[in-house]
Design a protein around this ligand. Structure first.
Ligand SMILES: *Cc1c(COP(=O)(O)O)cnc(C)c1O
Length: 418
């Protein structure tokens, strides 16, 4: 099932009045669902002495959401200066923040080091010479290339731009130690929307193997491994959810074996985005036009500025028409962009709709609003939080025309290079 029955039930009761109060379109996030998922994660990894989720800020960069994460004891995974600023705005400091950047600029290193710093996760060995002030704790992002640690589940990351190659890993940590680093972590991120928990278990196994190798070669201990994000959610009704309990149990077992062998075990970090918030958001929109040519098109008042995934990746997002489950017809649900991939659903059987009907698009709680863009001058919609006390709170206003035109107001700057 895409969104939970519980969330769907609450939407069926209150969504109509919420749309009357706020107007459409908007993303609505479910605090209760987010907290339940967070509790489930903590429970699944209770067998590991020190587990921490670093919420991937890019999935849902809204301070109201970050506060919920912080309240559950989670840290933040950031990959840009803006994400660092947002995390610090809600009060996160130092080792509550992990900075996992790629192709990092000097400005980003400065931002990472400011305000009490963060855990610096370096994407390449060459960056050791570019860190303005070497922190005492360093982590590298590992790219295993064709090394698949004896399993066929982990794909081929040879074409990925991320991380330190296998053959550079020993040098990377050796050099960091020479530069005065005394505390170490190891990170990787290989999965994306993965529903098979065995993949994540194999990733943990691989990192623990690397920790054993690096520790023996260099005589250093590792404080943590971070197995990245990429935990999947079932977007399609027929998909089964990730088995988080088995993932937790099997990884805990690996840690126990490691501990028996080495007398200590590193901490386990995770940096999920999608898994934490994806199913706990919906994009609510209203049907405004109906068009029957070679196909039937239902035009809605949201477009790709609110949700890029269907148009960009052909991603499936389930759709519910509020209060209707009668006879179905096959339609395309479309936005208003001059771009033919501005479609939320293609040839989808849905209850017959008419102008004014309210639809909600499931699973927009991660990589939804955040990925929106302004092509055609379409504003991004507001964001609402359905709080645990059943109240609704505006947590971001919609963009206005003056927001979109703001960068056209500037000091004249004419230059003649001749
Ligand atoms: C995008 C990203 C994540 C989160 O990915 P999800 O698929 O949302 O879990 C975590 N870590 C890094 C480094 C990322 O780039």
């Amino acid at each position: 099932m895409p969104i939970s029955n519980d969330f769907a039930e609450r939407l069926s009761q209150s969504l109509e009045s919420i749309t009357e109060h706020y107007g459409t379109p908007f993303h609505l996030y479910d605090e209760k669902g987010i907290r339940n998922t967070g509790k489930g994660l903590i429970q699944a990894f209770a067998g590991i002495a020190q587990f921490r989720e670093y919420f991937a800020v890019k999935a849902l960069p809204n301070p109201a959401i970050l506060k919920i994460m912080q309240n559950m004891g989670f840290g933040f995974d950031c990959s840009s200066s803006a994400e660092l600023a947002l995390s610090r705005q809600v009060g996160a400091r130092g080792e509550q923040i992990m900075f996992t950047s790629n192709n990092t600029s000097a400005e980003e290193f400065t931002a990472a080091g400011a305000d009490g710093g963060c855990i610096l996760n370096l994407d390449d060995i060459s960056l050791l010479d570019k860190v303005p002030q070497m922190p005492e704790l360093i982590c590298f992002r590992y790219n295993p290339g064709e090394r698949r640690t004896g399993n066929s589940i982990i794909g081929n990351p040879v074409e990925s731009k991320y991380g330190v190659a296998h053959d550079q890993l020993l040098d990377a940590y050796g050099k960091a130690r020479q530069l005065g680093v005394r505390r170490f972590g190891l990170h990787t991120m290989l999965a994306s929307n993965e529903l098979n928990h065995a993949y994540m278990v194999e990733t943990a196994r691989m990192l623990l193997d690397r920790v054993t190798w690096l520790s023996e070669a260099l005589g250093i201990e590792f404080e943590f491994i971070n197995i990245g994000g990429g935990l999947g959610i079932p977007y399609r009704p027929e998909e089964r959810p990730l088995d988080i309990a088995s993932m937790g149990q099997e990884i805990s077992d690996l840690f126990q074996v490691f501990k028996n062998h080495h007398g200590y075990a590193p901490r386990l970090y995770l940096e999920s985005g999608r898994y934490m918030t994806g199913p706990h958001g919906v994009l609510v929109t209203r049907a405004i036009n109906r068009k029957e040519i070679y196909r039937t098109y239902v035009g809605v008042d949201a477009c790709m500025s609110s949700l890029m995934r269907p148009g960009m990746y052909g991603a499936y997002h389930h759709i519910t028409v509020l209060g209707k489950d009668g006879e179905e017809e096959t339609v395309d649900v479309v936005g208003s962009l001059c771009e033919n991939n501005d479609k939320f659903a293609i040839q989808r059987p849905l209850p017959r709709m008419q102008d004014g009907d309210i639809l909600y698009i499931h699973d927009t709680g991660a990589h939804g609003h955040a990925m929106g863009f302004n092509y055609n001058g379409k504003p991004r919609p507001k964001e609402l939080l359905l709080r645990e006390d059943d109240g609704v709170e505006l947590i971001r206003r919609e963009e206005s025309l003056s927001d979109l035109l703001a960068t056209l107001s500037y000091e004249p700057d004419l230059f003649n290079p001749g």
